[in-house]
Design a protein around this ligand. Sequence first.
Ligand code: DP6
Length: 315
Amino acid sequence: MINEFTAHPNIALVKYWGKRDDRLRLPFTGSLSLTLRALRTRTRVRAISQGTRDRFVLGGVPRKGEPLARVSAFVDLFRELAGSNNAVLVESWNDFPESSGLASSASGFAALARACNHVFDLRLSDRELSILARRGSGSACRSIFDGLVLWSAGERADGLDSFAQRIEFPESPGLALLIAIVSEERKEISSTQAMELSVRSRGYERWIRTTEDYLERALEAAKSGDFTALGEVAESHSKLLHEMLESLDPPVIYRTNASRAVLSRVKELRAAGVEAYSTMDAGANVCVLLRGRDLETVEAEISGVEGVLRVIPSR
Ligand code: DP6
């Protein structure tokens, strides 16, 4: 449909976890992700008569309070650039569960950035859109791009060097992902909140150094097309994140019994010679990183794990 903009969620292989500037959503470290082509957010924005307030309708349901305020504040960034004070109607649809660790805010703000770019006729580049999308939700800056995507932390206080870009992975038959849905419920604690708790915790400085080291290894692996090394880094970084979260006081627990069952099955698959690696964002669902040619085998295996509601393959 005309004036409808799409973006996909992404799953981090090396996670963004913690902000050095909360308002500008500037991260302490860089991060690396894969865009999930199989899932998407569609968004339409249109100007409504001046003087009225913004409206936000998600999945056909009008939203008020915090969700509307967050969308409105984001649209303000575009209004400011365009010198406009038009109120807007934002309509958005996700074809996957929200707030269950599948980064609906990432695809949401990336699609919204594209739609605002259009409605305010700003003609911004993808890099500029990435910088703006970051202000909505950090990980959204990566959802501007397809494939394997690097978000560089940047150093500037204004955040103009903190954006994402696509990097090539020279391997055929390519990377694939399988998402094991084990919960469609809203998570109890948002990534933003859990991140703030982590940044204030004692182990956080070490987390920064570890993540920098992991990112370097992941980028080397990507450059040389080393799937094994990339998978190992991803699985291990995710494990560290969830261990750190579970050791907070009070603990933040995203892994459920069903998530753990999927994590174990992935290990068993590897032991049986099928190279697959697991990673989880801030939610109970599990993403499995694999080679495209193994997708069917892994899909059959993971679908059979107890507690898995459904699986979504994404090439
Ligand atoms: C675990 O981008 O949702 O998915 O910037 O506070 O909106 P805010 O956080 P968000 O956090 C994503 C956290 C993560 C890791 C990642 O995507 O890199």
